[in-house]
Design a protein around this ligand. Structure first.
Ligand code: AMP
Ligand code: MG
Length: 382
């Protein structure tokens, strides 16, 4: 049987090399940076006040000073601070020439054009210097980082207009099985609602992909090949079902002759796995049909293909775990409580509600028979 690590390594290569393009920063949310972002200039670009108060010279306070002007955010100061004077200043305003510190308004009293400063200060107190955050030439963001709101803010702050990114991968999702009915319809006897299609589409979207097609196919090899040939242009086709040992496992029987690979991977859930590349076409991930297996497989291998692997964290086992998955790596449904992890629900691959109640996968290493309460374990937060 293929090891988990080997299969993960294969899936990581599926979409490489990835396309690179430049986009406007405003349209970059959710994309992955293809290059480091280097600051062209210092940021902030000017020294500003961290408080509402008075811009003063250090040796003039405490004392009584003539208020010679005012500066608000967005305005260039038009009066310097000279000996014996102060300028009223608002948070974020540029520091006037000659000022050495800002005294917060709470430490002052202003009356009749003069301000009494009750406290002493030190040079640069309550002043945010230019270049405080970033220096010209600093690497602000690194290749591989996903642009989330904070990264967007940093890019806009340093004045970047465009960024080099990997465009979102285009993913098609196909469910297979004669037993499936479309979500929203009532299944007849021996039928099931297709939950994998919408769930895998949602998982792909959450992993930053553009889902371009979601479809449902009967257990007929010709229909499958035809559906794949007529898909809209995409980078990755994800199927569910039809890859185990049964008589109607059409994904495997239809696609293996095209050179796609079907293997047994030493994990539970999700032992049967398909992967590869259609000749001259998109990459392929054939996931097992059981809903938990399909989603867990996507979290592990689909995300690896998309370059969006979830981080693995360390946690402490809150309950003893005995198991019989032999040489397989097991991914149990877990619930985190601080740094302690509880096992939640059974390991069965059909227990979707159990997966929905979990907030992490608890990784039980290959060969482990019993994990005692209090043992350190790895978890993958979902
Ligand atoms: P298969 O791998 O095709 O034999 O499917 C394994 C199990 O998963 C069967 O019980 C199927 O009915 C179920 N299954 C397969 N595809 C789906 C799907 N799209 N939605 C929900 N259950 C499914
Ligand atoms: Mg099936």
């Amino acid at each position: 049987m293929k090891s988990y690590a080997d299969h993960l390594a294969d899936c990581r290569t599926l979409l490489f090399p990835r396309a690179v393009t430049r986009v406007a920063v405003a349209g970059s949310l959710g994309l992955t940076l293809a290059e480091n972002v280097v600051a062209a200039a210092d940021s902030p670009t000017f020294a500003s006040s961290a408080m509402d108060g008075y811009a003063v010279r250090v040796q003039d306070v405490p004392g009584s000073l003539a208020v010679v002007g005012e500066v608000a955010a967005g305005h260039v100061p038009d009066v310097p601070v000279a000996e014996g004077t102060a300028v009223r200043i608002m948070t974020g305003s540029a520091i006037p020439e000659g000022a050495e510190a800002v005294v917060p308004v709470e430490d002052t009293d202003e009356r009749d054009g003069r301000v009494t400063v009750r406290v002493a200060t030190t040079p640069q107190r309550h002043i945010r210097p230019a270049g405080d955050d970033v220096r010209a030439g600093d690497v602000v963001l690194r290749a591989g980082q996903v642009i989330a709101p904070a990264q967007l803010a940093a890019l806009l702050t340093i004045g970047a207009a465009t960024v080099s990114v990997h465009p979102a991968a285009r993913v098609a999702v196909l469910s297979t099985g004669d037993e499936l009915v479309e979500a929203g319809r009532t299944p007849g006897p021996a039928q099931l609602v297709d939950s994998n299609g919408p769930a895998l589409a949602a998982a792909a979207t959450a992993a930053g992909a553009d889902v371009v097609h979601v479809g449902r196919l009967p257990d007929a090899p010709d229909a499958l090949v035809e559906a794949i040939e007529s898909l809209p242009a995409c980078d990755l086709v994800v199927t569910s079902g039809g890859i185990s040992m049964g008589a109607y496992d059409v994904v495997k029987s239809a696609l293996a002759p095209l050179g796609l690979v079907f293997e047994q991977v030493a994990i539970q859930p999700g032992k049967p796995q398909g992967w590869g590349r259609f000749p001259g076409g998109p990459a392929f991930l054939g996931l097992p049909g059981n809903p938990v297996s399909a989603l867990v497989s996507f979290e592990l291998f689909g995300r690896a293909a998309l370059g969006r692997e979830r981080p693995t964290l360390r946690a402490t086992l809150a309950t003893r775990v005995a198991r019989n998955a032999g040489d397989k790596r097991q991914f149990l449904r877990g619930r985190l409580d601080g740094d302690r992890v509880h096992v939640d629900g059974g390991p069965g691959s059909h227990l979707v509600a159990g997966l929905a109640a979990a907030d992490c996968l608890l990784v039980v290493p290959e060969g482990a028979k019993v994990l005692e309460e209090g043992s350190p374990v790895s978890v993958i937060p979902l």
